[in-house]
Ligand binder design. Structure first.
Ligand code: AHG
Ligand code: MN
Ligand code: MN
Length: 354
């Protein structure tokens, strides 16, 4: 997008590469370079455009608010959670590149029947709408997805849960869509991170943020500090350390917490910062879901030069116990995540940290 001399916004067509052109150009870097992966990302991007359209109508038609159901996590489902889930499932089934789907909004796996050219080779897991409780108040929300490849089923005929419960290091791609002041799709296949902005005038995602890198050290921290008293001692000390003025390290850092994980993550990725959803006295495993919130963002942050840990170890090495398993998360700029880890282990305290 560019601004002309008279201040009008000039269409981006012709100036930027579309998502589809970019994927086709990149196909050669993937070891399993077939058109199937390109079609899979295209299917997800089509669903994202439909979800984007629906979200933009929130407030005008009767789609905001509670759907009156509770999902597998025991959380109220918003109408748009269900609509986003349905759009993604529909697009993936229609596309035929996927053999099994897992969603935050459905307890069991969704098996996709093979079509005339056989079964799809990909597993896609997603949080259809992250931060959906924020929709009613017009705050950014997102879609998060994780992609695995499955050439051979371990069982007879169809994939099993065992085929799906793989660590994040096995992902072949991951990404998210953020429905914010503009709509962006950000993804990685393990060869860097690229971001695309939806140009609504042409209905295409355009490469606007090539090769995203996150700063090694940032000044933003994101955590729900309302739970402060429920945090373990090391974390409480780290937060106090962050708040202690110090010219050399630029402290105090700035607190930013939207309560839409993907929006907080996206801002910190671009600006540099740390997002934390720790274990609390009540929720030992925190709140975020390993397979469709944590692993996809961990893959992206690592590809951008950052790190993601559960407090002690790399989250992408965790073997998932279940599709909807949760994990504590500390994710973002490398030096910031390393520092919180030192506080959590007791190596650093308020007294000995400089
Ligand atoms: P979802 O809307 O998919 O259920 O996710 C909500 C999550 C995440 O987006 C956010 O960071 C977190 O919940 C906020 O939780 P707290 O209100 O406990 O801070
Ligand atoms: Mn979520
Ligand atoms: Mn959700």
């Amino acid at each position: 997008m560019a601004i002309s001399q008279n201040g009008n916004i000039v269409s981006s067509v012709g100036q930027f590469k579309t998502l589809e052109q970019f994927i086709i150009e990149q196909q050669h870097v993937l070891p399993y370079s077939t058109g199937a992966f390109s079609r899979l990302i295209r299917d997800i991007s089509v669903a994202a455009k439909i979800i984007n359209r629906d979200i933009n109508k929130a407030g005008l038609v009767d789609i905001i608010g509670d759907a009156g159901e509770v999902n597998v996590q025991g959380e109220d489902q918003q109408k748009l959670d269900i609509m986003a889930h349905n759009e993604l499932v529909r697009a993936l089934i229609r596309g035929g590149e996927c053999c099994v789907i897992g969603s935050e909004e459905q307890e069991d796996l969704i098996f996709v029947e093979p079509n005339s050219s056989g079964h799809g080779e990909y597993i896609v897991l997603f949080d259809p709408l992250d931060g959906s409780s924020n929709i009613d108040v017009n705050v950014s929300v997102g879609t998060i997805f994780s992609v695995y490849r499955l050439e051979k089923f371990s069982g007879e005929g169809k994939p099993t849960m065992e085929d799906v419960l793989r660590p994040g290091v096995d992902q072949v791609a991951s990404g998210y869509v953020i429905y914010g002041s503009s709509t962006m799709l950000v993804y990685t296949t393990g060869h860097g991170v690229n971001g695309f902005t939806l140009d609504p005038s042409v209905g295409e995602f355009m490469l606007s943020h090539p090769d995203i890198k996150t700063p090694e050290q940032g000044t933003l921290y994101s955590i729900n500090e309302g739970y402060y008293r429920a945090f373990e001692k090391g974390l409480r000390e780290y937060i106090k350390w962050i708040q202690t003025p110090d010219e050399a390290t630029g402290r105090p850092y700035t607190s930013r917490y939207i309560g839409s994980f993907i929006s907080d993550f996206h801002r910190n990725l671009l600006r540099g910062g740390i997002y934390m959803y720790p274990s609390t006295a009540k929720n030992k495993n925190g709140k975020l879901r390993l397979m469709y919130e944590v692993n996809p963002t961990a893959f992206i942050v690592e590809q951008a030069g950052g790190i993601a840990i559960d407090g002690t170890k790399r989250v992408m090495e965790i073997i998932p116990g279940s599709l909807h398993a949760r994990t504590p998360l500390f994710i973002g700029s490398k030096q910031m995540v390393e520092r919180v880890q030192q506080f959590l282990s007791g190596e650093l305290t308020l007294k000995n940290a400089s």
